[in-house]
Design a binder for this molecule. Structure first.
Ligand code: ADP
Ligand code: GLC
Length: 484
């Protein structure tokens, strides 16, 4: 069955990105289209997305924002790898330097208005261009208003009468919680503001509402789908998710191997593959040069790429860092985010000659770190899926991970007896457990050449394809249409 899919997200590679959601929003629609579906992606037209490169879409979209009245948005259009990508243009909400926060990392105070507006505008845009969606696929709290609207106000709207909603949780930590005044922007009956649906301690919780109202819910790994039903990972919504687990699916993200492949990667010093790893040594030397580290092949280089956020286990790294620095290794960190971490990782780089840090966002450097490192550090407190550990496998860079969420689902622990596995795992969220595992990985790298070679071979042959994931989503879409 050929489906019309309206896919809405707050970020998408290459237009606007802060994390993995952007990669998913690019890759999944592309692979759904390859399966024969018609996909329309909608994003906000942020200031960083250059209008002059987009096509203007004629007409205005009226968005009823309750007490704010009707706001009129414009729209632009572009094409990305065969997909039609639309952009909602509204200067007052999206003409800003960043996507979600000001330069100090504080959320914009009108994020409730911004993203409820965007969610509604995307649906109205579909109507205005005559795209009748079979499925609206919404992602994270930013577009959580869509499943809510489709199951309430729009149920009686003939245009959306045959439209089912699928809601993907990429990160349960950010739920879109706002004061109850924000409920009015949804423009739905007051009876829906109750603790079973979208009220949480007197506030509006958009993600809670989407979980209640969506026809199907998915999250980005099987393990995370289990974890979010427990208090440790549920961020207060575990009981609510458990109550809706009958419609919850875990679908692992794939990786875009056209972008992340050491044999073709244009950013790295020398290409290599599983048959001939000599280029990896060149990449290591290049990385050491970039970070001003001693050019040595005989000690392991540990890489880190990621947001400096509590989620990523940066407190654990900071706690274990001084011990790690004395293990006879080199370390490089690429990231930005929490200010204390930016300061900490810059400081340690200035007084340990074997540590290098780059504060900021650099796709090129991310590729160089994946290629030039021997080990990759990802000790997340929670990790819905995680992409960097999967990129690391492809580059023969052995991941050191905490066994949570997608990290647990994608990495197999090393077994020194059978030489099986492709990474190193630990369980407790403590700096001691992290340090112990880093030491184990370093000792293995130094002392068990045969084991390491076997792991690199296993790692580089793993494939987490989007084609497989897209087929699983296709199945969820069909199930959603059935329950409609
Ligand atoms: P999350 O979405 O939680 O941030 P993921 O592992 O799913 O984590 O995805 C993170 C993505 O963002 C990866 O593609 C990673 O390479 C990229 N990334 C994160 N921080 C940086 C950075 N400082 N520079 C370049 N790329 C980064
Ligand atoms: C989120 C998660 C990350 C996941 C990404 C894409 O940002 O933190 O684990 O890979 O979304 O689904």
């Amino acid at each position: 069955m050929r489906l019309n899919i309206l896919f809405c997200a707050s970020e998408m590679t290459p237009f606007a990105k802060t994390g993995g959601l952007a990669d998913v929003a690019a890759a999944l629609p592309k692979h759904l289209a390859r399966l024969g579906h018609k996909v329309m992606v909608v994003l906000p037209r942020y200031y960083i997305i250059d209008k002059s490169k987009l096509t203007f879409v004629k007409g205005n979209i009226g968005v009823d924002m309750g007490p704010l009245g009707t706001l009129w948005a414009g729209a632009f259009k572009s094409e990305y790898e065969g997909i039609e990508v639309y952009f909602i243009d509204y200067e007052r909400y999206f003409g800003r330097a960043n996507l979600y926060t000001d330069d100090n990392g504080f959320s914009y105070p009108d994020n409730d208005q911004r993203f409820i507006f965007f969610s509604k505008a995307a649906l109205e845009l579909a109507r205005s261009i005559g795209f009748v969606p079979d499925i609206v696929h919404a992602n994270d709290w930013h577009t959580a208003a869509q499943p809510i609207l489709l199951n309430t106000k729009l149920r009686s709207d003939p245009y959306f009468a045959r439209t089912a909603s699928v809601y993907t949780i990429h990160n349960l930590q950010h739920q879109g919680v706002f004061s109850k005044e924000a409920f009015a922007y949804l423009g739905i009956e007051a009876k829906h503001f109750n603790p079973l649906e979208m009220e949480a301690l007197g506030a509006l919780n958009l993600m809670k509402g989407a979980i209640y109202h969506a026809d199907k819910i998915t999250t980005v790994s099987k393990k995370y789908a289990q974890e979010i039903q427990t208090p440790e990972f549920g961020f207060g919504l575990d009981a609510h998710i458990k109550a809706h687990a009958y419609k919850l699916y875990g679908i692992l993200n794939g990786v875009d191997y056209e972008e992340w492949n050491p044999a073709t990667d244009p950013y790295i010093a020398q290409n290599y593959d599983v048959e001939d790893l000599s280029g990896k040594k060149v990449c290591k030397r290049d990385l050491q040069r970039i970070f001003g580290l001693e050019e040595r092949q005989d000690i392991p280089l540990i890489g880190y790429v990621g947001r400096f956020a509590q989620q990523k286990g940066i407190e654990l790294i900071a706690g274990a860092l001084h011990d790690m620095a004395h293990l006879g290794v080199q370390m490089v960190f690429l990231g930005s985010g929490e200010k204390w971490a930016e300061g900490f990782f810059s400081d340690v780089a200035s007084y340990y000659p074997n540590i290098g840090t780059y504060i900021g966002y650099s796709n090129e450097l991310a590729h160089k770190i994946e290629a030039g490192s021997d080990l990759f550090l990802m000790p997340s407190i929670f990790e819905p899926c995680g992409l960097n550990q999967i990129y690391s496998l492809r580059y023969g860079t052995l991941p050191i991970v905490r066994a949570v969420g997608g990290l647990d689902d994608t990495i197999e622990n090393f077994d020194p007896l059978t030489k099986s596995g492709d990474g190193f795992k630990f369980y407790d969220a403590t700096k001691e457990a992290l340090f112990g595992t880093v030491k184990w990985a370093v000792d293995t790298w130094m002392g068990d050449k045969e084991g390491v070679a076997a792991m690199i071979d296993t790692a580089m042959r793993q494939r987490f394809s989007w084609e497989r994931s897209a087929k699983e989503y296709e199945k969820v879409y069909c199930d959603a249409l059935e329950v409609l």
